[in-house]
Design a protein around this ligand. Structure first.
Ligand code: GUN
Length: 275
């Protein structure tokens, strides 16, 4: 599915180059040397190459100051060849990620993390869809899994996944419950779900006894097991025979997130050009 989305972005990008002589550009900023962030950033760069975008990487040392980072964001906001700006999170602790996100022009905010874009998501008026939740919705659509009127349970309330995911499911008329670390009877709540989205960041957190027979299970986790191997929030081996659909980790939600980022960067080019 992600290859299909990217192929479509490539086709539109080729047309854009031909008709307007324009190549969309994405700037990815990474601060420090978090190994997981490095992998994500490399994958984003690879996807840019595959669809024919310009990709610029700004790899800054861990001791970068807030002023230096804000100054780079300002430069990129004003750089015409750059349509999308993505600052990879998490940032080192001494940096204020909220201030950095708010400094990104909402028109180049391809993560849809800026307050303006978050507000638009609440209202259902999207310039940019939040990448991970939008990738999940695309999977549900593609597999013709209905959301309307069904019990949707999202585990996790992060700004990156849990909150926007819940909003997109709500916009599709799902009956949405958000669970988190203070939720009482979490297993029981999860067991109600027709569609269960796990975004907790704990390896194998969702066990078979938390899943209703025939449920659709979406695993947003990007965790490491005790051997350091990439795994998800769902105990895949034991849950897979219980549910009707399940996404694996790796190879499930992750590639869809990146494909959505490519769509957003192309959309940003359009928005930047029109304005
Ligand atoms: N860190 C983990 N996921 C994401 C993402 O989607 N965007 C950014 N910028 N950082 C992340």
């Amino acid at each position: 599915m992600s290859a299909e989305v990217k192929a479509n972005v490539k086709k539109l990008t080729d047309e854009l180059k031909e008709t307007h002589g324009i190549t969309p550009g994405l700037a990815v900023v990474i601060v420090g040397d978090d190994p997981a962030s490095r992998v994500y950033v490399n994958n984003k760069k690879k996807a840019c190459e595959a669809v024919g975008f310009i990709s610029e990487e700004y790899a800054l040392p861990a001791e970068t100051t807030q002023e230096e980072l804000l100054s780079l964001v300002d430069t990129l906001n004003n750089k015409e060849s750059i349509n999308g700006i993505l600052v990879q999170l998490p940032l080192p602790k001494h940096l204020d990620d909220k201030a950095v996100i708010e400094a990104i022009s909402p028109l180049k905010d391809v993560d849809a993390f800026h307050a303006v874009n978050v507000g638009k998501i609440m209202l259902g008026e999207y310039d940019f869809l939040p990448c991970t939740p939008a990738g999940v919705m695309e999977m549900l659509r593609s597999y013709e899994i209905p959301v309307e009127g069904r019990e949707c349970v999202v585990i996790g309330r992060s700004n990156i996944v849990g909150k926007p995911m819940s909003m997109l499911l709500l916009h599709e008329n799902g009956t949405v419950t958000i669970c988190h670390s203070r939720t009482k009877n979490l297993a029981e709540v999860c067991k109600r779900a027709d569609i269960l989205v796990a975004a907790v960041g704990i390896p194998g957190f969702v066990k078979a006894d938390m899943v209703k027979d025939g449920a659709v299970v979406i695993d947003v986790g990007m965790d490491r097991d005790e051997n350091g191997k990439l795994c998800g929030d769902v105990d895949f081996e034991n849950v897979k025979d219980k549910c009707s659909y399940i996404t694996p980790v790796p190879g499930g939600v992750g590639p869809m997130t990146i494909a959505t980022l490519m769509k957003n960067t192309l959309a940003a080019e359009n928005i930047n050009r029109i304005l």
